[in-house]
Write a protein that binds this ligand. Sequence first.
Ligand code: GLY
Length: 393
Amino acid sequence: MAMDWRRVAKGEGGRRNRLRRRFVITTPMSTLTVDLGTRSYPIVVESGLLARAAQWAGRPSRVALLSHPRLAALYAAPLLEGLAREGIACSLITVPAGERFKNLKTVARLYDALLDAGLDRRSLLITLGGGVLGDVGGFTAATYLRGIPFIQVPTTLLAQVDASVGGKTGVDLARGKNLVGAFHQPRAVLIDPDTLQTLSARELRSGLAEVIKYGIICDREFFVCIKEEMRRLLRRDPDALSHAILRSCALKAEVVGQDETEQGLRAILNFGHTVGHALESLTGYRRYKHGEAISIGMVSAGLIGEEMGITPKETTGAIADALQEARLPTAFPADISTDAVLQAMQRDKKTVGGRLTFVLASEIGRVSVVKDVTAQAVEAALRRHRRRGGSEP
Ligand code: GLY
């Protein structure tokens, strides 16, 4: 029997969910709230939203719209026209796309561009792009003139369901990813699912890895729904995509509302990321899209959980099946040694005091953060992962 997406989007299902049940989806159904007291903000998911962005801009002295040249050509016009209709002056600033531009050099260039555009403390930055652009733009907003407000308009599925929500902003250093950053919550997250129609199939699948992750970490019913709706999601059915985005954002908003600065609970969002980040870093951020590396990392996490006596075999199997149905890679790369992975994990900022920390699943919909996972357990799990095979990117 097909699941009712709307009921799931409202957060009525999943009795086993460990999160407190206080989803704050208001009417209309397409608006959620990230509940952070005076810094609370809406996440709006609606087709045709770009033209209405000015509604959430407040009364800024000026606006800078930050994007990539290709995305600006596709989507900036309705945003700029909407702002102009409200009499809000706006400058368009573009930066090249790609992780290799997510650095302090780009931020320094952006400070100059914002000064040139005359942005003051009452001004607003709008980021129109994927996760990299949102991170670098958000960090610029967090630090320019000691912080100005910003609005996230994410255009990739990955950014819509994860990166744009929760206020993590930052840039990479030569020695690692996201090593400099700040928590700076946006004023609003405006998601127009129509932007997914121009996304590459590979980017779409990469975002689906994070959608599947939400089911694994805290919502079994959602996990089942995603599997049932996978064909529609891969076909970019607007209704299926909107509901997957809404439910993912509702779960993320709930986690962030309880633990904004990752003192505990928020770490569950890192399921699959310990091995995933190591693979990304060891392949120079070129071989895998973020979601692809996380997909492989989630299978590794299942196997590590098995070694630690926490994850049942069937759970790892269900995780791998869902990822393969989304046509994501699950095979461990043969050319990357376990030693290299262990070393990369030691450099990860999630590793504290040399202790290997993993988010491990005891069943679909329930995970916990396990400190002191032994190197032996990781080695044994990665050995089994290599033998297991799986889908290639
Ligand atoms: N992407 C993980 C987090 O926002 O905490």
